[in-house]
Design a protein around this ligand. Sequence first.
Ligand code: HEC
Ligand code: HEC
Length: 442
Amino acid sequence: MSKSLSQIGLPALGLSALALAIAVTYANRNHGESRIESLETRISQVQAQESSANEQAQAQASRAAELEQKIADVQAAAMERMASADLTTPAPTSDGAFGIGRTALAEEIAAWDVDVLPGGRGLPEGSGDALIGEEVFVKKCASCHGDFAEGVDNWPVLAGGFDTLADEDPVKTVGSYWPHLSTAWDYISRSMPFGEAGTLTADETYAIVAYILYSNDLVDDDFVLSNENFAEVDMYNMNGFVIDDRPELEYEKWRTEPCMKNCKDEVEITMRSVFLVNTPAEGGSESVMNHSSVEGLPTFSSEGPSFIPAATTKPAEETVAKAEPATQNAEETNDNAALIAAGKKAFKKCKACHKIGEGAKNASGPILTDIVGSPAGQVDGFKYSKALKEAAEDGLVWDAAALDAFLTKPKEFIKKTKMSFGGLKKENDRLAIIEYLKTNGE
Ligand code: HEC
Ligand code: HEC
């Protein structure tokens, strides 16, 4: 490459020298001596430039040759390795089902096997005391964990919290909570300082761990921690964890032949996860948990469900409404009966949550027996929302008008009521239901 550069360079310079020589002849003829002199100086300058360019070109050529040699060397070495080494020889097959893979080398296992176990297994040789630990800690850890391991802002606290473990919001630190010191050594050695994991030496790690123990008042400031005394350090919460004895005590029980057929005489639904009520147009969910009730739900056995829920049975009430009125009075009675019948039908929308009548029990909503005309929030044993309780305290009585307003848009009438029901748009439905409620479901 560089060789060709010099080949192009030389003729180019040669040509310019030639051009100048011609110019000299021309000048001799037409101009004065001084002009000739200056041109001769110029020629010698150009000649000097030419030789330095020559030198440069040669240096580049030899550097290129050098690099070419290097590439050839590397290629040759790679070829040699490929010819002789494991890269092309197939990996030893394992006895495993798939016949692939090879046994891990001892070095590979050693490179992975870096964890430190509670008894101290896996610890490298080394030691460090709390005083050195403090220096290292202040330099490398305190920016986040505080000078005394007390934690800066929301960074983890590493010390204290001893009397908080039984609190609702316990302060779990290395000192108060961690049952094994090995966890601290292992964690710090592998993942701290945050963002510069793996930069601590073994001695620094021993010193830091000693300092964290000191910050927790678990050792004195002259305490030296090493691989030799590591297992002797007692942690505050070392007995606070339960040993998992399920393999011995429980697994046996599950080992027996599993039952796959008719395993339970009767299957019962004890809870229904959600009732989906009117997906609101503005998004969000109006579903409610049914926390307690098993009322009114079918049970299942090998003979099938104990009953089909009412919603799927056909209403027979309309026939009543169609009966011919005999007198004016009878007509009124029948009008009312028709309204009640329509109310009974519409009440299906409430039935998932409300029971009514004799023997009714609270479901996810309170029983509605005798509700019309009664003060709100008075059903025994039902946990009303705060909102409804407040409305009740303010003297809300479920007369027809209040019921009508509530049932139109429950959450507008009582903001934050826990009755998750979108409301009844049709005035007739509301009138009918109120009329039906008056009968207590008769
Ligand atoms: C840049 C901030 C930063 C620095 C510096 C830092 N840490 Fe941390 N440290 C963290 C964060 C963040 C966590 C929580 C990590 C997580 O939960 O995944 C943590 C967690 C820990 C924990 C576990 C705490 C617990 O209760 O779960 C220990 C122990 C710890 N660091 C020790 C150290 C030591 C020792 C050093 C210095 C060598 C250090 N850290 C340097 C940010 C830092
Ligand atoms: C998704 C379940 C659910 C549906 C459906 C439902 N309710 Fe309710 N209802 C409740 C809950 C829960 C409360 C208690 C509200 C509170 O405490 O804020 C309640 C309260 C009430 C109250 C006040 C009772 C009292 O003791 O003060 C009335 C009246 C009522 N519902 C009527 C109805 C009617 C009528 C329907 C049908 C149109 C209906 N609800 C549909 C769950 C429901």
